[in-house]
Design a protein around this ligand. Sequence first.
Ligand SMILES: [Zn+2]
Length: 307
Amino acid sequence: MRPVFRLAFGVALAWCLGFGSAMAAPPLVVVSIKPIHSLAASLLEGIAEPLLLVDGAQSPHSFAMRPSSSRALNNADVVVWIGPELEGFLAKSVSVLPDQVRVVSLLHDTPGLERLHLDEDDHDAAHDHHNHGAAGEEDLDPHIWLSPANARAIAAHLADVFSAFGNADRLSANAEALDRQLAELDRTIAQQLAAVSERPFVVLHPAYNYWVKAYGLQQAGVISPNPEQGASASHIADLRQSIAKQSAFCIFAEPQFGNRKVQALAQQLNLRAGILDPLGADIAAGPKAYLAILGAMAAALSDCLAQ
Ligand SMILES: [Zn+2]
């Protein structure tokens, strides 16, 4: 081959390969909840835009599927959810999806994920609140995204899943950038919460085991072991005792439920009231939502618990 021709051939080949990878069909990814959707959106920036099922102030514990959501699930390449322990509304739909839909159940599939069990105190209620997982995986706490270390494991797993659809270079660049952001977020929150880590607080529903463990916080109790039913009178009596004994400072509602009850309890018990939002009801969905959701949780805790 003459040098000029060889050069032209090389350019043409490179162009073909480049064109080929640019033309790789972007995957249609459907994700159940906003914090996980955010991790997927961050990984897929410049490649594809994942679809979010549970948006706004709805709770995944009590969500009702729309027909448009069912169609999206059936047409998806990848469906990402936590598992039946969190999104009970998805269990049936996920079990009847066409074979070509790759279903990722993060609570059960993610390598290196830290998994905690629901507190013994919440044990009985947990049987009503959460469906059971596979044998030997009973009473797992499904709120796995509430530690940045777990978010890093989830992001690594999703990057691996998405790599089946091409765009390898962009995907791995996005994955590296996201991992750095999550590590930075973890350090920032740890610094921010160190000042209030000795100050006990009460939360609305048993969602914060991962968060409390990651930052060494003092959770003094849970108002509603089951967020869809009220708390029993005897549970509230126990909680009052535990609040008094541990000198709790603050009590947190969630946008998804419970604000009236929390306000009433705060008044009766002379506690400050705040809002913790593990799902980011008021935060716009997208690549930055995860950072904003955990950042807002850290701010809410340090504001309410500060001297
Ligand atoms: Zn929950």
